[in-house]
Design a protein around this ligand. Structure first.
Ligand SMILES: [Zn+2]
Ligand SMILES: [Zn+2]
Ligand SMILES: [Zn+2]
Length: 344
């Protein structure tokens, strides 16, 4: 069985090059055209950075074994294993063909890490991969803020991985790229803290706070949003004045209403696929008329309205807003009850 040769040092070099190119793209993307920038670089920034991190992961797998040939079998895609008759009514499984020239993908890297006990924050990696796939379909102008979020989130993962898994110092390994990432990360963290402090003055409905944290600028996708200064100065309340309370995007300066973004995030989290035959879990609240009533939780996350009757007094089925006029019964039992009364 043939295995392509693997140059481990080259793997590392390619990883570092890819990260460096990603950071250069990022810098270019953040400058205006007049400053010599190119906003269209966002996608290649994210592609390069993500690819660079995957290459570093593969490098780690390759250096986890002593024999270079073993390393190659871990990095290249293995041949398919197929069943063959053993001639006596039984079967044997045989690898068919050679190792492929392609290298393993994210899901196989994950499996290799598991079998070698290499620990990585996969939840964030998955989010970053989703983000990359999602951005492929967007206009670059709508991704300027998201690429900044991406790098800020990638930073701690890369930091931990280089230190703990590669036993190297990130600043030495990544040089100038690391400096830029660090600076950006610090800016991002302190800006986000300042935004959070500012929102604390804006009277956010308590149960909606989680969804505020997930909001992204409508124009550029950045999560660095702060309350509009005028609205704060006027002591406006998001809870009461959601029809005009605005956010300002720190990344692109765009200003818009904050409440629809929060409600959108809430609905996104409770997304249902009508093809699965499910019913939407969020509906219009009959008390405050916002689309913030969570059916399964039986309360409104905006005004905190609750149900008078939470379950049917006969079959104990959970009740909805619509069932509140049935004297504490589900639609079916209310109907049966009405019929009985009528027949008497
Ligand atoms: Zn923006
Ligand atoms: Zn409500
Ligand atoms: Zn019932």
């Amino acid at each position: 069985m043939k295995i392509p040769a693997l140059d481990v040092e080259k793997l590392k070099e390619n990883a570092l090059t890819s990260i460096r190119l990603g950071i250069e793209d990022f810098q270019r993307s953040q400058l205006t055209m007049a400053q010599g920038g190119d906003p269209a670089r966002t996608l290649s920034a994210i592609r390069n950075l993500f690819a660079g991190v995957l290459l570093l992961f593969k490098y780690k797998i390759a250096i986890s074994v002593d024999n270079p040939e073993d390393a190659a079998t871990l990095i290249f895609n293995p041949p398919e294993v197929l069943p063959k008759s053993d001639g006596n009514g039984g079967i044997k499984w045989h690898p068919m063909g050679n190792f492929k020239r392609t290298t393993i993908d994210v899901s196989t890297i994950k499996k290799r890490f598991e079998s070698f006990d290499i620990d990585v924050d996969w939840k964030t990696i998955d989010t970053l991969q989703e983000c990359r796939n999602h951005l492929e379909h967007l206009h670059p102008a709508h991704t300027l803020g998201q690429v900044a979020d991406f790098i800020a989130e990638l930073f701690p993962i890369l930091h931990d991985f280089v230190e703990k898994q590669l036993n190297e110092k990130p600043a030495e390994l990544l040089g100038k790229s690391w400096e830029i990432m660090l600076e950006h990360h610090n800016f991002f963290i302190s800006t986000r803290a300042a935004c959070n402090t500012a929102w604390a003055e804006a009277d956010i409905p308590e149960l909606m706070q989680d969804y505020l944290d997930k909001c992204q600028c409508k124009e550029c996708g950045s999560s660095l949003l702060r309350p509009h200064l005028e609205d704060i100065d006027n002591e406006a309340s998001v809870q009461e004045q959601d029809k005009f309370f605005r956010y300002d995007c720190v990344a692109c300066g765009h200003s818009d209403l904050i409440a629809p973004l929060m409600i959108k995030e809430l609905n996104k989290e409770h997304y249902y696929d009508p093809r699965d035959g499910g019913e939407p879990d969020v509906e219009t609240c009959l008390t405050c008329r916002r689309d913030t009533f969570v059916v399964s939780e039986q309360h409104c996350l905006w005004c905190e309205a609750e149900l008078d009757y939470t379950k049917c007094s006969i079959c104990e089925e959970p009740l909805r807003q619509d069932d509140q006029f049935n004297n504490g019964m589900c639609g079916y039992h209310s109907h049966v009850y009405e019929k009985l009364m009528h027949d008497d």
